[in-house]
Design a protein around this ligand. Structure first.
Ligand code: SAH
Length: 307
């Protein structure tokens, strides 16, 4: 597989090109052990190997944002950074458009990240790219503790990113959003499979696409996701429709609620739930990640800014 297929990312996305694996290896010499020359005579890593992807991620974060530390426990979801950054670039553009073209940048933009994960990836990217401040919620105590450690070890992130543990899996905002708090936007990459079994099948498919799975072989999760991070009862449809229902009780605390939707077939029912909750506006933001399409759904209960 070629090192990159990212040409259709948001134009402002800095990960919109090939990685310079040589330069990245200077930042993190450990990366060298994973780099090899492929059949097209270009340098690459094995994107089906979670260890290689993790080291690449670490090098990218250290190089681009001058972080001092980044790591995730074994078996936890290792996010592909270009795609995660793309969500944020699209959301920043969307918020600016909704503010009459005024850039949505700086510490006054407050973002709630639902299910921040062990990697703390969205708060890192959003803070470093746009200066946003973050509250990240998480149900998994180990992921939560790891995200806290990443921030504690990076003085530049301190006081810009805070975390709150969600004690109830089915709650999204309750117990997280405090009275009198206001968020310009909430973001979410929901657990998208319906069961641990489906999560495994999804990984098998991915590996097959990468030509890595031999007949009858059991998959390891290629981006390292622990199956309980990747699934929830009812999959992404249930998670996002729950979010829509619960968002109405926080309609004055968050201006724009957003979520990734990985399956376009789910959009219709998600729209129905949002409409039923009484949202004033709903929009879908389309994204292209190489040959994979994805989308963000955004809704608000508040009147337009300045009206
Ligand atoms: N944001 C990270 C992780 C996404 S995986 C990334 O993009 O890589 C989804 C995450 O949501 C998991 O870490 C899971 O533990 C968490 N999660 C599941 N239900 C949740 C809930 N009700 N509230 C907060 N986090 C939740």
């Amino acid at each position: 597989m070629p090192a990159q297929q990212k040409s259709s990312l948001h134009p402002n996305n800095r990960f919109n090109g090939r990685y310079d694996l040589e330069k990245l290896s200077e930042v993190l010499p450990e990366l060298k052990t994973f780099v090899f020359t492929n059949q097209y005579d270009s340098q690459t890593i094995d994107f089906a190997d979670p260890k290689a992807v993790k080291v690449l991620n670490k090098a990218l974060l250290l190089q681009n944002y001058d972080l001092k530390y980044w790591d995730i426990p074994e078996g936890y979801l290792c996010p592909p950074i270009p795609g995660r950054a793309d969500y944020l670039f699209h959301v920043e553009e969307f918020l600016s458009k909704k503010r009459g073209g005024r850039e949505a940048k700086g510490a006054l933009v407050n973002c709630l990240d639902i299910g921040t994960g062990a990697s703390c990836i969205y708060p890192i990217l959003g803070n470093q790219e746009f200066g946003w401040t973050f509250v990240g919620s998480e149900v998994d105590p180990k992921a939560f503790a790891n995200a806290e450690k990443i921030v504690a070890e990076n003085p530049k992130l301190k006081d810009k990113i805070n975390f709150r543990l969600q004690y109830k899996k089915t709650d999204i905002f309750k117990g997280i959003v405090k009275k009198h708090e206001f968020y310009d936007v909430s973001i979410c990459n929901p657990p998208f499979h319906k069961s641990a079994e489906e999560a495994e099948k999804g990984s098998a498919r991915k590996l097959k696409n990468l030509n890595r799975l031999k007949k009858g072989e059991k998959p390891t999760l290629n981006f390292g996701g622990k199956s309980n991070e990747l699934w929830c009862e009812g999959g992404e449809l249930k998670f996002i429709t729950n979010m829509a229902v619960q968002s109405k009780y926080h309609s004055h605390s968050v201006r724009w609620f957003t979520s990734l939707v990985s399956k376009s077939d789910n959009l219709k029912r998600i729209y129905e739930a949002i409409k039923q909750a009484g949202a004033k506006e709903i929009e879908t933001i389309e994204m292209n990640h190489g040959n994979k399409k994805s989308r963000i759904v955004a809704w608000t209960f508040l009147p337009p800014v300045g009206s």
